[in-house]
Design a protein around this ligand. Sequence first.
Ligand SMILES: [Zn+2]
Length: 213
Amino acid sequence: MMNYKINHIPIGKIRPGTKITPEFITIHSTANEKSTALNERNWLTNPSNDRIASWHIVVDEKEAIEAIPLNEIAYHAGDKKGNNTSIGIEICESGDRAKTIQNAVELVAKMLYERGWGVDKLKRHYDWSGKICPRIMSNNNWEGWRGFVISAERELNKLKAGEKSNVNHEPSSWAKKEWEWAKDKGLLDGNRPKDSITREELAIVLHRLKEGK
Ligand SMILES: [Zn+2]
């Protein structure tokens, strides 16, 4: 996973600080083949920039930069609902395109995973306002976009599978003998050796022990 930097712009016209509860992630591309994530971030606070346009995260071939907290409004969707309900991610058109897209896929998958969302939560700028954006995915009637969503879903599934495989089904070597004993005696059910026990579960175990069953 690439670096994720938080570099918020100050409160002002393009970051009013209005709180939102995001329900979607909106994908854009910068429409600038030369600018990096840092260039994009710096443009937001450039005194000669008088456009009312902003976004939450920008990603390039080497890093992601968060310019606006994800629970605050940014102006990226060209649509009131889009701005009020979604996190805007700009994908840079500069540098190594494949690497940049891979970074965006991983970033988006992680964000979906953390929120318990599926890829149905992914929107294009186009979905809100009809703008041909992210333009780098608009080829062949949005073939690139469909590929992006498929990649994000694959990455999301990997994260979900990792969660399952991380559950250790074997007790530690130092506890193996006693674990087997407790299982044989029927004191414990023999599942999830690494999980913690609650007080009520302990009471059941103590009771089973006292009753000899
Ligand atoms: Zn856009």
